[in-house]
Structures are given as structure tokens and as C-alpha cells.
Write a new protein. Structure first.
Length: 156
């Protein structure tokens, strides 16, 4: 069974292409035009191209909260605390779309979160996904490797 897991939030391909063009434009501006505006665009594009996540090494009982930029991962390894249980729960991720007339439409998507709980109420969120089966399978595998309980909090 796999003992290394990497969970990184995804960025849409359109957003990645758009921000990569902004990144190239900012480099051009820094070299040939205005240093100030180029640095502002560079900072914005670097920030929005950064992906956050968690890497879990259950063989060595370590984890790291990581930042990834074009596949290059940064983060400091820490010792994994004694995990009491693994939990999956259902929540909603909402967004609002405004029109020029002042009206707004609210959209919400059901997502499932996978958490590792330790020290009674502290937790480490590993994964947020719309795919319940994926989250459930990963959570079940991790709970078997760690030999802890797996709580399914999605049942009503």
C-alpha cells in the first residue's frame, strides 16, 4: 500500500495560461520598460500561480505543508503528531457572481474534506474534493496504515 501522499490544490489550465502570460509580460516590463509596474505584476502572477497543499510520508511519520510553483515544491518537514482518527465530512464551497445591475447569484458546491485529528481537537486538512469516493478511499487507506479509526461524518 502506498505510504506517501501529496495533496495539492488544482489550478485551471486557463488561469495557469493567463497568469503565465502576465508573468512573461512582467519580466518584459522589468527588463525594458518600468521596473515598478513590472515588479507589481510579477508579485501578482507569482502569488496566484502558487499552489498550496500537504505532503504526507507515512513511512517516516512526517508531513509538510507545501507551496508548489510550476511543480517545484517548498516546505519544511515536521514530525507527524500521534493521530487519533481520520475523518471525512461534507461541507459547501460557495461563490457569488455579481451582475452590473447589482443583483448577485449565489452558487455552492458540495465538497468533502479529509482531516487527520490529533490532540483531541486539532486537525490537519489533507484534501478537499468534490469526489466523495476518492476522499473516502484515501481516508480509508491512511486510517489502515496508521491503524486508527476512520469516521465518516457525511452520513445524515
Amino acid at each position: 500500500m502506498e505510504k506517501n501522499f501529496i495533496f495539492i490544490e488544482s489550478i485551471s489550465i486557463y488561469k495557469k495560461v493567463f497568469l503565465s502570460v502576465i508573468l512573461a509580460l512582467s519580466m518584459f516590463m522589468i527588463l525594458f520598460d518600468g521596473l515598478f509596474y513590472g515588479l507589481i505584476l510579477l508579485g501578482i502572477s507569482l502569488r496566484f500561480l502558487m499552489q498550496n497543499g500537504v505532503e504526507l510520508d507515512l513511512a517516516d511519520m512526517k508531513f509538510r505543508k507545501l507551496n508548489s510553483w510550476y511543480g517545484i515544491k517548498f516546505g519544511k518537514w515536521q514530525t507527524l503528531p500521534k493521530i487519533e482518527y481520520v475523518s471525512i465530512f461534507e461541507t459547501k464551497k460557495g461563490s457569488r457572481l455579481r451582475a452590473s445591475g447589482g443583483s448577485a447569484a449565489h452558487f455552492s458546491t458540495v465538497i468533502f474534506k479529509l482531516n487527520l485529528f490529533y490532540s483531541k481537537n486539532k486537525h490537519l486538512t489533507l484534501l478537499s474534493s468534490e469526489d466523495k469516493n476518492k476522499v473516502f478511499t484515501i481516508g480509508d487507506n491512511i486510517s489502515k496504515i496508521l491503524d486508527v479509526k476512520f469516521h465518516n461524518a457525511t452520513k445524515k
